[in-house]
Design a protein around this ligand. Structure first.
Ligand code: FE2
Length: 168
């Protein structure tokens, strides 16, 4: 097998993995949105849910164009991250602490996706799959933005407001 064929196969496997990851996330995000007590955080999850549904379609299209389908590969990395998120959902506690824990869980997910799509985009470029590389670039941008939004929410006041409420 040539090096390029080997890279192509790895690329396809990783795409299937991300299809599974996005699919798991479309199921987890509604629960996270429901659990968020701050409206801004709920909205951020709902917005990213719509983007995630789109990513799922985009990854599906990239696979279809290679004559592949997602199959039933399960992304174990995302499975673990979602399980951690679900632990947060089960915990009782102050709404602010819960929101803070939800933000961290969601950021771990975003960083996992950023690493994965960054790698996939690099493979697509090397393999000369230019259309796919630009789609992956778009997805990557949205993952970065989602991560940034969570950073802003964490640092920009919702947790602070929660602390003030507790002090009052
Ligand atoms: Fe995504």
């Amino acid at each position: 097998m040539s090096k390029l064929n080997a890279l192509h196969d790895l690329y396809v496997e990783q795409l299937k993995d991300m299809y599974s990851a996005e699919k798991q996330l479309t199921e987890a995000l509604p629960k996270m949105a429901q659990a968020a007590s701050t409206p801004e955080l709920r909205e951020a999850f709902e917005m990213h849910l719509r983007e995630t549904e789109n990513h799922l379609q985009q990854v599906h299209t990239i696979l279809s164009e290679l004559g592949e389908n997602p199959g039933n590969k399960v992304c174990k990395g995302m499975q673990g991250l979602v399980e951690e998120g679900e632990e947060v959902l089960k915990q009782q506690g102050r709404p602010m602490a819960r929101d803070a824990a939800l933000i961290i869980a969601a950021q771990k997910v975003e960083h996992y996706e950023i690493a994965s799509y960054g790698g996939l985009r690099a493979y697509a470029r090397v393999l000369g799959y230019d259309a796919a590389a630009s789609t992956l670039d778009e997805i990557l941008d949205q993952e970065y933005e989602a991560d940034q939004m969570l950073d802003d929410l964490a640092e920009g006041g919702i947790l602070q407001e929660g602390l003030n409420e507790q002090a009052a």
